[in-house]
Structure formats: structure tokens, C-alpha cells
Design a protein around this ligand. Structure first.
Ligand code: GDP
Ligand code: IMO
Ligand code: MG
Length: 437
């Protein structure tokens, strides 16, 4: 009954989609445990590129079950749009997709409140994706969210909707000076979504429990990254959920003892979208080169991603709070042309040297990163499949990075495609602690 959790080690967009798609081959079930359509996971299969937002990245493999867990927030319009677009490209959902009846719905007023709140914050904005993620999770924690199961009961749905739109409209109109949402219109719209989604909505925790019992291999798919985690990230410049590995337990309803492996996805350099501290950010030609070579533009919003050097404080913190058993280093090939590479090993702030991730934003914002320098390999690594075929200096970079972060690499990615990968250690090797029943 192994459960392998895939989690981003930095600020998202590490290449989780590619690695999840790759690992799906050895899995039976792929289950998304948090986030919503703020995520953008790119999977390249041959000449075809798919960008997945809500649908688990395992859907491109035939015969696998994909689950949208209770920890996910679902905008049904966005989900159906994504499914329709994929169905046109031959992807099948019936019998393959299950949606938790406890997953919360993103409503039009969540999106309106997200956008209005960001507007009001002005220069202090978080730089959200504007998808209504924060307000939807706020309603969930505030115990007034509307769940998938409510969608199937028109009376309950109408009652909750009336209550919530009343409050949201008051805020939208009186506080934010923004347009209101219309109760009847939203009701009709969501009832139409209910008709189409009904067949997928179920108790996914039961399904997962049975699957664990049958020793099925489960891949738990995290969205975003450790430093966007509401507890462990650079708060308040974070998302509103728990991308870290513990989120897989609450977001899917599985026990911690079912988790056998936690694979952290580490981009060989660092990127971030939206506001917030980024100590190793490069606002120069090297930053531009990383953006151009790495095609670092948001898969969801198209925004240019901020780029910088690898940061061992950021990664080590992620290794620790997720209990990573290994890491997949992605986008090594993007660094191929650089003369030299820097790795951050500390921050200096007001005369003090920080060697572990500080929680004070001031240190991250104003501290001076301390670097070690490694020589570039100046050779193409694109598509290399064997570790020994990597240039010596590229191996030295990977080994140094992993040593400094206290973690071993299990996968190295040398291109966007499935086969452009070095597998050092096969996933799903370990078996879980046995259950008492
Ligand atoms: P995710 O959100 O973590 O799934 O990552 P994204 O899909 O948003 O961004 C990662 C981008 O890098 C995508 O365009 C991938 O196709 C691409 N990618 C993934 N791995 C590699 C790699 O090893 N090399 C290169 N050049 N591109 C990669
Ligand atoms: P994947 O899964 C990168 C960022 C936003 C913003 C902050 C809060 O593709 O790695 P939100 O809309 O979630 O309230 O925005 O989080 N963000 C991401 N950045 N990759 C993502 O997902 C992200 N999802 C949210 O840019 O800074
Ligand atoms: Mg992404």
C-alpha cells in the first residue's frame, strides 16, 4: 500500500507535472490533494503539450484512476472547460476521474473578492492568480463553504448560496466598490454544472482506503510548492492551502502511515511568480537568460516568472518540513550555457549570518545572499538519460546541491519530455507500515 507524495520544494512550477506524469506509469491512482486551478502543470507527451490545472497530471495515462481530493477547491466552470478541452484531444474521464464530495466549490463571489482585495492592496498585493483560491479556503475554514455534495442537493445548495451571496455582495458593493453577483444566475449556472459533474462525485476517502487495502500504488500530487504553503511558506505571500506533504493526509483522508516516499521536486535554479521575498533573484542578464532558456512564463496566468540562483536554505527547509526521502532535480539543461553557477548557502543581515531559513520576512527581503561558485559545464545536457553521461561539472553541481541540502537525488530531468530523464532510483520501492486491520 505505498503512497508516494510529490511536492514542490520552492515556489511552485518546479516541474511537478512532468515528474508526476512520469511516475504515473508505475502507479494505479493519482490523487490531487490541495490547491485549485491556480496550478498549472505542464506535461509534454511527444509533440503534444498539455497544461493541467485541476485534473491530476496522471490522466494522460490509460487505465489509471485520477482523484480530485477533499483538500482541493474546485471551480466547476474551470474544471469542465479543462475536461472539455482534453476530451477533444482524446482524453477519457468516465471511469477514470473521481471527485471528492467534500471538496469545496469556488464560487463567482470568491473570484470577485480575490480580484477586489488585490486591487485594494495596491503595491502590497500578493499577486494571486485571481482564481478565488484565498476566499474559497477562507469560507472553508470559516465553516460556511459550499461543498461538492451540496451541489447535488438543490435545496441545500440554494439555501447556502443565498446566505453567502448576501454577505459577499455586501462586501463587494459597500467595502470594495465592486459589482455584485446575482443569486439566481449563479444558482442556474451551478445546477447545470451539477448535472454534468454528478457522475464523478463520490466518497473518495472510501475508495482510497479500499485501494490502500488492495496494496494499490497511489501517487499524491501536490500543487504549488513548500514556500507557498500557508504554514511553512513566506507568509503572507503564499497560497491558502497546505502543499507540504502533511497536506496529502488531510487533503485525501489517508493516514500518515500509508506514506512511504516523499519526492521533492527541485528546480536546478529558482523561480517565483507573484509578490514576496526572493533572496537569490537575478534582475540582470543572467535572470533573463534563465527565463528565456527555461521558458519561465506562468502556465496559468502567462506572467513572466522571476528567476534566480538555487538556494540551499529554501530547499533544506523544504526537505525538513516535508520529510523528503529523495528529490527530483529538474531543468538542469537550462543551465547548460552558463560560465559559472552560484548556490546560496546563507544570508547576511545586520551583521548576522543566517544558515537556516529565517521566518522573518525582513531577513529574506533585505539580507545579502552568501554564495559559493561552481564552474559551468558549457555542454548540452538536453535529453541525457544516464547519469554517467552528464558532464563531470554538471554532476558536481547536482552532488554539491544535494549534499548541501542533505538529500539524495532519485531523478534528474534534462528536458520537458517524458524520456528526457535520468532515473537513479525507481519510485514505489518501499512498502508501508502494516495496518491494524
Ligand atoms: P509545475 O507547476 O511544477 O508542474 O511546473 P510547470 O509545468 O508550471 O513549469 C515547468 C516547466 O518546465 C514546464 O514548461 C515543463 O514542460 C518544463 N520542464 C519540466 N522539466 C523540464 C526539464 O528538465 N527541462 C526543461 N528544459 N524543461 C522542463
Ligand atoms: P503550480 O502548481 C507558482 C502563487 C501566485 C501568488 C500566490 C497566491 O503550477 O506550481 P493564489 O492564486 O494561490 O491565491 O496566489 O501563489 N501561485 C503559484 N505560483 N505556481 C503555482 O502553481 C502557483 N499557484 C499559486 O502567483 O504569488
Ligand atoms: Mg506550474
Amino acid at each position: 500500500m505505498p503512497v508516494l507524495v510529490v511536492v514542490g520544494a520552492q515556489w511552485g512550477d518546479e516541474g511537478k507535472g512532468k515528474i508526476i506524469d512520469l511516475l504515473t506509469e508505475r502507479a494505479d491512482i493519482v490523487a490531487r490533494y490541495q490547491g485549485g486551478h491556480n496550478a498549472g502543470h505542464t506535461v509534454v507527451v511527444g509533440a503534444n503539450e498539455f497544461i493541467l490545472h485541476l485534473v491530476p497530471s496522471g490522466i494522460l495515462h490509460k487505465g489509471k484512476t485520477c482523484i480530485i481530493g477533499n483538500g482541493v477547491v474546485v471551480d466547476p466552470a474551470a474544471l469542465l472547460e479543462e475536461m472539455d478541452a482534453m476530451a477533444k484531444r482524446g482524453v477519457k474521464f468516465d471511469g477514470h476521474l473521481l471527485i471528492s464530495k467534500n471538496a469545496h466549490l469556488i464560487m463567482p463571489y470568491h473570484k470577485a473578492l480575490d480580484i477586489a482585495s488585490e486591487k485594494l492592496k495596491g503595491t502590497k498585493k500578493i499577486g494571486t492568480t485571481g482564481r478565488g483560491i484565498g476566499p474559497a479556503y477562507a469560507d472553508k475554514i470559516n465553516r460556511k463553504g459550499i461543498r461538492m455534495a451540496d451541489l447535488l442537493d438543490p435545496e441545500v445548495f440554494r439555501e447556502k448560496l443565498a446566505c453567502n451571496t448576501g454577505e459577499a455582495n455586501f462586501l463587494l458593493e459597500r467595502f470594495y466598490d465592486a459589482p455584485q453577483v446575482h443569486l439566481d444566475q449563479v444558482y442556474e449556472e451551478y445546477m447545470a454544472y451539477a448535472k454534468r459533474l454528478k457522475k464523478y462525485i463520490t466518497d473518495t476517502t472510501l475508495f482510497l482506503d479500499e485501494s490502500v487495502g488492495k496494496k494499490k500504488k497511489i501517487l499524491a500530487e501536490g500543487a504549488q510548492g513548500t514556500h507557498l504553503d500557508v504554514d511553512h511558506g513566506t507568509y503572507p505571500f503564499v497560497t491558502s492551502s497546505s502543499p507540504t506533504a502533511g497536506g496529502a493526509c488531510t487533503g485525501l483522508g489517508i493516514g500518515p502511515n500509508t506514506i512511504t516516499e516523499v519526492v521533492g521536486i527541485v528546480k536546478a535554479y529558482t523561480t517565483r511568480v507573484g509578490s514576496g521575498p526572493f533572496p537569490t533573484e537575478l534582475e540582470d542578464k543572467t535572470g533573463e537568460l534563465l527565463r528565456a532558456r527555461g521558458k519561465e512564463y506562468g502556465a496559468t496566468t502567462g506572467r513572466p516568472r522571476r528567476c534566480g540562483w538555487a538556494d540551499t536554505l529554501i530547499i533544506r527547509h523544504a526537505v525538513r518540513v516535508n520529510g523528503m526521502t529523495s528529490v527530483a532535480i529538474t531543468k538542469l539543461d537550462v543551465l547548460d550555457t552558463l560560465d559559472e553557477l552560484k548556490i546560496c548557502v546563507g544570508y547576511k543581515y545586520k551583521g548576522k549570518l543566517y544558515e537556516e531559513m529565517p521566518s522573518e520576512l525582513s531577513v529574506l527581503e533585505k539580507g545579502t545572499p552568501q554564495y559559493i561558485t561552481m564552474p559551468g559545464w558549457k555542454e548540452a545536457t538536453v535529453g541525457i538519460k544516464k547519469y554517467d553521461n552528464l558532464p563531470k561539472k554538471a554532476r558536481a553541481y547536482v552532488e554539491k546541491l544535494c549534499k548541501l541540502c542533505g538529500v539524495k537525488p532519485s531523478i534528474i530531468s534534462t528536458g520537458a519530455r517524458r524520456d528526457e530523464t535520468i532515473i537513479l532510483e525507481q519510485p514505489f520501492k518501499k512498502t508501508a507500515v502494516s495496518r491494524s486491520r
